[in-house]
Design a protein around this ligand. Structure first.
Ligand SMILES: CC(C)(COP(=O)(O)OP(=O)(O)OC[C@H]1O[C@@H](n2cnc3c(N)ncnc32)[C@H](O)[C@@H]1OP(=O)(O)O)[C@@H](O)C(=O)NCCC(=O)NCCS
Length: 148
């Protein structure tokens, strides 16, 4: 498995993975296209080969800010539990450090046990709660991780 920066040619696969991974609050095709071409975003993909996308991560950066945001993390349903999410988090960490950021934050549904376990194993600490954060009214935990 290899993690790399996503290319414009990954757009179809990214949109398909988004549809299979999230019931709501999805990134649209237009948003992905914009993020692929933006300095303030980084889209990473994990794949076994060029044709099969196993997972993706979307990172956002703000000019002048040392805090990066992991906006999205998804593993194809048939590839879960095999370390794809972990590999994407390790790659995200390295990319964020390369950009000179010193911390990474994220939000996760309070009922998303698999994601919460993964983030906590990777050193993220709970930093707050947002009520009614998602389209369906679900709450989010805020997590953050210092990269120092
Ligand atoms: C959350 C999500 C990204 C996790 O991805 P994943 O690829 O399954 O994550 P990993 O495989 O790295 O880790 C998950 C589990 O597999 C286990 N695992 C890791 N490597 C493994 C391997 N080689 N073989 C077997 N199991 C393994 C891990 O120990 C972990 O177990 P635990 O969390 O029960 O302790 C995935 O479930 C997903 O896409 N969910 C839907 C979208 C979503 O909710 N995204 C998060 C939004 S905030």
């Amino acid at each position: 498995m290899r993690v790399r920066r996503a290319l414009a040619s990954d757009l179809d696969a990214l949109v398909a993975l988004e549809l299979r991974s999230f019931d709501g609050d999805r990134l649209s095709r237009a948003q992905y296209r914009r993020h692929l071409d933006s300095d303030s975003a980084l889209v990473l993909v994990a794949g076994a080969n060029h044709h099969r996308l196993l997972g993706s991560a979307v990172l956002f950066f703000r000019k002048g800010s040392a805090l990066a945001r992991l906006y999205s993390l998804a593993t194809a349903p048939e590839a879960r539990g095999q370390g794809v999410g972990s590999a994407l988090l390790v790659a995200a960490d390295a990319a964020v450090r390369r950009r000179g950021c010193r911390a990474l934050k994220l939000e996760v549904r309070t009922d998303n046990d698999a994601a919460i376990r993964l983030y906590e194993r990777h050193g993220f600490r709970r930093a707050g709660r947002y009520a009614h954060y998602y389209e369906d009214g679900a709450d989010a935990w805020r997590y953050a991780r210092s990269l120092d």
